[in-house]
Design a protein around this ligand. Structure first.
Ligand code: G4P
Ligand code: NA
Ligand code: NA
Length: 192
């Protein structure tokens, strides 16, 4: 998506270790008009799928998913919560996600009331790196018996392995910007 690529070139900051900072429009300050255009683009890319629910994970996915909902007939947005611990009361689906940036596992939960068999889910998130967060969201959908209709990502770091793994598993994955390389010394970013 050209508008997103242009914005990344303009306001993204390449950090060491393959990290892209996009706090100016996505992870801290949010450009809601850009989010709205991104939602419209996902709606176009997933037009053939019978999506009735959007699933994301707190925090940064929420704003994107809520704007996108408007383009999917106001489909409800459910966000997985990062929990302190897993409460085994049976009212929640839970899994653990490994965070490479934080070098630890953390539990995530979704209330059973909000996801069930018969749901046709679009999973949305801001970044795709190693794909651990998405694996967790997929596993929660499997626990619920819900169908994953597709996965929409704002920025995929194509030089990390998450995207390829998910495509190999047959998921319909659409990244609005796919970075193939970036250089923290020159600030150069190359898109697919
Ligand atoms: P993975 O889920 O794809 O394996 O990624 P990883 O564990 O490496 O990422 C952990 C967090 O960092 C996630 O956000 C992810 O979206 C974000 N992230 C990964 N790579 C980048 C990057 O290059 N730039 C930025 N800005 N974020 C990146 P999170 O911990 O869930 O935090 P939140 O921002 O959603 O609250
Ligand atoms: Na995220
Ligand atoms: Na994030």
């Amino acid at each position: 998506m050209k508008e997103l690529e242009d914005r990344i070139r303009k306001d993204g900051i390449v950090k060491a270790g393959g990290v892209l900072k996009v706090d100016a429009f996505l992870n801290h300050q949010c450009d809601t008009q850009l989010f709205d255009h991104m939602g419209a683009e996902w709606a176009r890319l997933f037009a053939d799928a019978p999506i009735n629910k959007i699933l994301t994970i707190e925090a940064s996915g929420i704003g994107l998913a809520c704007m996108a909902s408007r383009h999917f007939g106001n489909a409800p947005v459910v966000f997985a919560k990062k929990a302190q611990s897993i409460n085994l009361d049976g009212e929640q689906y839970s899994t653990t996600i490994y965070s490479f940036t934080k070098q630890r596992e953390f539990p995530v939960i979704v209330g059973r009331r909000f996801l069930s068999e018969g749901d046709h889910v679009l999973i949305l998130d801001d970044f795709l790196a190693n794909g651990c967060a998405l694996e967790g969201l997929i596993s929660i959908c499997e626990s619920a018996g819900a169908t994953v209709e597709g996965i929409g990502i704002a920025i995929e770091k194509g030089f990390q392995s998450g995207g390829d793994k998910l495509r190999q598993r047959g998921y319909h994955l659409e990244s609005l910007a796919r970075i193939v390389s970036m250089d923290d010394e020159t600030g150069q970013i190359e898109f697919a």
